[in-house]
Design a protein around this ligand. Structure first.
Ligand SMILES: C[S@@+](CC[C@H](N)C(=O)[O-])C[C@H]1O[C@@H](n2cnc3c(N)ncnc32)[C@H](O)[C@@H]1O
Length: 274
């Protein structure tokens, strides 16, 4: 993988990292990165748009969440709330949760600019500050899950706050991408790392030695086990193709790689009766 964001100067490692270390590093990283992220991707995301990933697949096209009108919906890792604003526009009672204060400030800014407010709270995916059985739908569009070390806790928390029969859907970097360097050019098409190596990707601040960023890998089989183990029945696994018209570069995502390998995995699952 390549350094995901050039500030501060960091060195990349593959090494174990705890949940607390991941949370502290990633919250601060998203606070630093939020302005640049929204300036670079905000227009593509749309203030009230719902994209599942860099390929540009929308929820209107994919329909992974099912009906949202009249439903209580939680977005985990909501960033600036674009997806939740799209749901509000369709009659859903969506709210956002994010680790980054700065991302939530952007959410508030867009609330004011659009007049569509997404009530949002600062928190972490592994300790959701909601009562049991509060939501009909919980989703993450590239939010939170790959930044969490204790993934079983995050998925158990999702199951706890969902009502019976509730829907959980999320997009993540496609697990097979972990075999390749995070490079959008053809250099990123040669496998250099083991698909089965779950050792986290960690960036360490060169000047302080502190963990500055952490990302976590699970294989497709791991995800099946994690979801089934928390009481979910998987109904959907989408692997969107890269549209020929899409010329966007987004980190390691590009047409060059997207023509040949999937960059995003989108899971949908229903909570079984307890
Ligand atoms: C790639 S952004 C996705 C946000 C939004 N869905 C979008 O497409 O712009 C990932 C978001 O997850 C948030 N995040 C990272 N770790 C988290 C955690 N443990 N709990 C909640 N949110 C987290 C980050 O702060 C960031 O806003």
């Amino acid at each position: 993988m390549q350094q995901h964001w050039p500030h501060p100067p960091v060195t990349a490692h593959r090494r174990p990292v705890t949940e607390e270390e991941s949370r502290l590093a990633n919250g601060a990283d998203w606070d630093r990165y939020a302005d640049e992220y929204q300036a670079t991707h905000g227009e593509y995301l749309g203030d009230a748009g719902f994209l599942w990933g860099p390929e540009g697949l929308t929820e209107a096209e994919a329909g992974v969440l099912g009906p949202v009108a009249g439903r209580d919906v939680l977005e985990v890792g909501s960033g600036a709330g674009q997806c939740s604003r799209w749901i509000r526009g369709r009659g859903g009672r969506s709210i956002g949760l994010d680790l980054s204060h700065r991302q939530l400030q952007h959410s508030r800014r867009i609330d004011e600019e659009t007049g569509v407010a997404v009530p949002s709270v600062r928190g972490t995916a592994t300790h959701l500050p909601f009562r049991d059985d509060s939501f009909d739908v919980v989703f993450c569009s590239f939010g939170a899950l790959q930044f969490v070390a204790d993934i079983e806790d995050a998925v158990a928390e999702t199951a706890r706050v969902l009502r019976e029969g509730g829907r959980f859907a999320f997009s993540i970097t496609h697990p097979t991408r972990w075999m390749f360097p995070d490079d959008p050019t053809s250099e990123g098409l040669t496998a250099t790392q083991s698909y089965w190596d779950r050792t986290p990707y960690v960036e360490v601040d060169d000047s302080t030695g502190a963990t500055a960023y952490a990302e976590h890998h699970r294989t497709l089989g791991d995800w099946v086990g994690i979801l089934a183990g928390a009481g979910f029945r998987i109904t959907t696994l989408l692997e969107p193709e890269w549209p020929e018209r899409n010329e966007r570069l987004w980190g390691g995502w590009s047409r060059v790689r997207g023509r040949l390998t999937p960059g995003t995995a989108i899971f949908g699952a229903d909570l079984e009766p307890r």
